[in-house]
Design a protein around this ligand. Structure first.
Ligand SMILES: [Zn+2]
Length: 59
C-alpha cells in the first residue's frame, strides 16, 4: 500500500532498501583445481565443468 514518504521512518526505509541490495556475483571454487570460478561457467584454468573435461587448456 502506498504510504506518504514522511510517514515512513528512516529505519523502515533503510530496512526495505537493504533487503534487495545487490551484493555482486557469488563465485565458487573449482572442485578439481581449487581456482575461483564463476557459476555456470567452465573453469578457465583446467577446463572442467560439472566434473567433466569440457575444453582443453594449453599451459
Ligand atoms: Zn578447475
Amino acid at each position: 500500500m502506498a504510504v506518504p514518504r514522511c510517514k515512513k521512518s528512516k529505519s523502515k526505509k533503510r530496512h526495505r532498501k537493504a533487503a534487495g541490495r545487490y551484493e555482486g556475483i557469488e563465485s565458487g571454487v573449482c572442485p578439481v583445481c581449487n581456482e575461483p570460478v564463476l557459476p555456470h561457467r567452465v573453469c578457465k584454468s583446467c577446463g572442467n565443468y560439472k566434473d567433466k573435461q569440457v575444453i582443453t587448456v594449453e599451459e
